[in-house]
Design a protein around this ligand. Structure first.
Ligand code: 6GU
Length: 223
C-alpha cells in the first residue's frame, strides 16, 4: 500500500511513523508513507495556503488551488483508490472502516487545518470523509496518524504473528480478554490458574468467556 498524506504541518506526521510497528511496516515494504507539504504547491508568491472565509466568521480556510495542484500531481503518476479527508464531520472510524480501507492499494489522506478546507475540495476530489470521534482536534494530522495505524497493522506481513490482528478487540465485535505475563504472583495478585495449566482448549474457552463478560460489562452496545 502507498499512502500520500497532505498537510500544512507535515512535521506533525513524523514521529508516529518513525518507530515500532509503523516503521517496521515501511522497512518491510508493506507500506510507503509519503507526506506532502501543501505549501509546496501554493500558486502565489507568498506561498499562501489559507484565506478568510467568504461571508465572514472566525478562522481561516485552506484554499482549493494548492490542494488541487498537489492531488492532480499525484494522480498524474498513479491511480488512487480513495481520497480521504480527515474531518470531525466525517464517518466515524471503526474496525469495519479500517478493514475496508486496508485493502486500498494507493490512498491520499488530506488533513484539514484551521477551519477546514474550501467545500469545493470536498465536492470535487474527496471520496471518503473520516472522523476519529466526536471531539475537535486542532488539525487532521493526529487523526490521520490514528487512521493510518489502524489500517497498516491489518496489511498482511506487518504483524509478526499473522493471526494477531484477527484476535484484536473489535475484530469480532468483542473486547479482548485479560492478558498476563510474569511474574505469576505479584504481591499476592495471581495469574488465573487456567492460563498456567497448559490446557490450550480450556484456555481458549476461558478467553472467549472473558471476552464476552468484559464486553457485557464495559461495552454492552457492541453485543
Ligand atoms: Cl479527522 N479532524 C479534526 N480536526 N478533529 C477531529 C477529527 C478529525 N476526528 C475527530 N476530531
Amino acid at each position: 500500500m502507498r499512502i500520500d498524506i497532505l498537510s500544512v504541518v507535515p512535521e506533525l506526521l513524523r514521529s508516529p511513523f518513525e518507530a515500532s510497528i509503523l516503521k517496521r511496516a515501511q522497512d518491510a515494504k508493506c507500506v510507503e508513507i509519503h507526506p506532502h507539504n501543501i505549501r509546496d504547491y501554493s500558486t502565489n508568491k507568498y506561498k499562501q495556503v489559507d484565506d478568510y472565509p467568504y461571508g465572514g466568521g472566525a478562522g481561516m480556510v485552506l484554499m482549493i488551488e494548492p490542494i488541487a495542484k498537489c492531488i492532480e500531481t499525484l494522480q498524474a503518476e498513479r491511480n488512487y483508490d480513495a481520497i480521504v479527508y480527515m474531518t470531525p464531520d466525517g464517518q466515524q472510524l471503526n474496525q469495519k472502516v479500517a478493514n475496508r480501507c486496508s485493502l486500498f492499494k494507493n490512498m491520499i489522506v488530506l488533513c484539514g487545518h484551521y477551519k477546514g478546507v474550501d467545500q469545493r475540495v470536498r465536492d470535487l476530489f474527496v471520496t471518503e470523509e473520516i472522523s476519529i470521534g466526536d471531539y475537535v482536534l486542532s488539525g487532521g494530522e493526529l487523526a490521520a496518524a490514528v487512521f493510518c495505524d489502524a489500517i497498516i497493522r491489518l496489511i498482511p506481513g506487518v504483524l509478526g504473528n499473522e493471526t494477531s490482528a484477527l484476535t484484536d478487540s473489535f475484530q469480532d465485535n468483542l473486547l479482548a480478554p485479560p492478558i498476563y505475563t510474569r511474574p505469576v504472583d505479584y504481591r499476592g495478585n495471581k495469574v488465573p490458574d487456567i492460563l498456567t495449566s497448559g490446557n490450550t482448549p480450556k484456555v481458549e474457552q476461558w478467553r472467549e468467556e472473558q471476552a464476552v463478560e468484559r464486553t457485557k460489562k464495559l461495552r454492552p452496545d457492541l453485543l
